[in-house]
Write a protein that binds this ligand. Structure first.
Ligand SMILES: Nc1ncnc2c1ncn2[C@@H]1O[C@H](COP(=O)(O)OP(=O)(O)O)[C@@H](O)[C@H]1O
Ligand SMILES: [Mg+2]
Length: 376
């Protein structure tokens, strides 16, 4: 069968993207730049486990794209290579958002068999700790994007882990979140009983951002296809969005794609500008224009209400998608968020509509800005 022409005219090897995976945010290089202090701090916290001593549990926080995940993964990988007794388990709490889901990951890492059905969560946890006791294994558990666990009301996991081993070092816990106030908002007790030490990931400086992006450009793009002006343009955009390396990488990748498509061999700062219009990180200027003097009118709004409006400025949202977007910015329960939404609906600033054909039991609502119809 003939190939569709859109695919057929792609010539092999004439692009400027040499290793595309390197430009993806999921790529975690082994050599990290400008995070020596952070890597040392994390390593020092968990290292005692190698000598059967108590680790220091951490609560790492900082804005998106500041290298939290990559640094923690780096340290635990290293630790796991040092000892067969210390297992490392990584859980992203938006993907593994219940105690059972996290325990299943731990059980898998320890080769503890758990039946698919029939065991209560606590029983699974008991099986895990018994196996750890019997074999003398310990676990460093990374709970990344901790907001996911709190969103589902599953934070008891932290108490369980802290209590396990009754004083013996069973679990080292590294939690990671965007929101510095996550634990404070939820429950003061968590921090004291699980003894999580705060550790902030600060923004990169512009020069550091340039270094990080330069290294990725060297690894991912053909020599001569980019220069420092291009990196500078990407870095500036990344810095403007709270020092988010991910933004810089996306721009570099999009600009390179665009250049390939137009059959050129060199990226220019103009290409970066063009790519910026396509990124998903910020509401686009054009779209904001459709909400006349929005910021202005809403000076009496609370923080939560502003967050809601900010999210909706990027487009209409389906309710579950909306809850996740909100919690990534600020942790609140579903019920609280629903209350804020209803307040805004009453002020005629937003619209909440049933999605056509959806089952009302499944929360199928569409939430959108009520452009033009807001109360003055
Ligand atoms: N110091 C660094 N050196 C090299 N790459 C980095 C560094 N910091 C962040 N990155 C890269 O930026 C992207 C986002 O990093 P990530 O750790 O996922 O951020 P966070 O978890 O804080 O949102 C990843 O592709 C990562 O490899
Ligand atoms: Mg992360």
């Amino acid at each position: 069968m003939a190939e569709p022409f859109v695919l057929a005219d792609r010539a092999e090897g004439d692009g400027i993207i040499a290793r595309e995976e390197v430009l993806m945010p999921e790529h975690y290089p082994s050599g990290l730049l400008h995070r020596e202090a952070e890597l040392t701090e994390i390593a020092d916290a968990v290292k005692p486990m190698l000598d059967n001593r108590q680790p220091e549990n951490l609560f790492i926080y900082g804005d998106s794209g500041t290298g939290k995940t990559v640094c923690v993964k780096n340290v635990v990988k290293n630790l796991g290579e040092h000892s067969s007794r210390v297992k490392t388990v990584y859980a992203n709490c938006w993907h593994h958002s219940t105690r059972m889901a996290v325990y299943s990951l731990v059980a898998g890492a320890l080769d503890v068999m758990i039946p698919r059905r029939g065991l209560a969560t606590d029983e699974v946890f008991t099986s895990i700790t018994q196996a750890m006791e019997a074999e003398g294994t310990k676990v460093v558990l990374v709970l990344d994007e901790l907001e996911g666990l709190f969103f589902h009301g599953e934070e008891q996991l932290l108490y369980d882990l802290a209590r396990a081993g009754r004083g013996k070092p069973f679990f080292g816990i590294i939690t990671i979140a965007n929101d510095p106030y996550l634990l404070v908002q939820k429950d003061m007790r968590i921090k004291s009983s699980v003894r999580l030490a705060d550790f902030q990931f600060r923004h990169y400086t512009n020069a550091q951002m340039v270094d990080i992006l330069t290294e990725r450009a060297f690894a991912g793009l053909a020599p001569g296809s980019w220069d420092e002006d291009v990196i500078g343009a990407c870095a500036a955009k990344a810095m403007a969005r709270k020092s988010n390396v991910r933004v810089g990488l996306e721009l570099l990748w999009r600009a390179a794609k665009h250049v390939e498509k137009s059959g050129r061999r060199h990226i220019t700062p103009e290409d970066v500008k063009g790519a910026d219009a396509k990124t998903s990180y910020e509401p686009k200027k054009g779209r904001q224009m459709t909400i006349p003097s929005f910021e202005f009118r809403n000076t009496s709004l609370g923080d939560e209400e502003r967050i809601i409006l900010d999210i909706l400025k990027t487009g209409d949202k389906q309710s579950s998608e909306f809850y996740l977007a909100f919690c990534k910015k600020l942790m609140r329960t579903k019920r609280q968020i629903r209350n804020y939404l209803h307040e805004l609906e009453a002020k005629k600033l937003i619209r909440i509509e049933e999605m056509p054909g959806s089952n009302p039991m499944l929360n199928g609502k569409k939430i959108s800005l009520n452009v033009g119809g807001a109360a003055q």
